[in-house]
Design a protein around this ligand. Sequence first.
Ligand SMILES: [Zn+2]
Length: 162
Amino acid sequence: MTLISFSACAQSPTKQKTNTTMEKNNPYYNPNRKEAVVISEDVWKNILSPEVYQIARQKGTERPFTSEFENSKEVGTFHCVACGNALFKSTAKFESGCGWPSFFEPITKDAIIYLPDNSHGMKRTEVECGKCKAHLGHVFEDGPPPTGLRYCINGVILTIEK
Ligand SMILES: [Zn+2]
């Protein structure tokens, strides 16, 4: 009995380890490195958790209202979890109610790449990480002042640095 409960205890911290912590063991995660990160899909697949890989490299979308960042009021800078690129300041975050973390502007113009996305019968603008080209989400023109933009971002691809 004692042994069983000990082993259960020993295992639980591993299971509860969050995405964010796992992703920080990624050798390509470096907020101080500005150069583009260009590595093969196979390497990404080995480094990223399946959830992050599916969003970042396969343009997936996380289920709405599932991100810890959707309603969080944490103060800091949101970085790309795959490469560490700074993307958004918490001061640019707002509650859109759309189900995903939303921002009205990126931290710098170069932080993000914009691409037309005509999939699913919609005309949208996809946003990718400017450093590693991870898919982040989409930008819409129904955001608040001063920009009028709403960057609708998958929380899975974000990590906050305080
Ligand atoms: Zn990135």
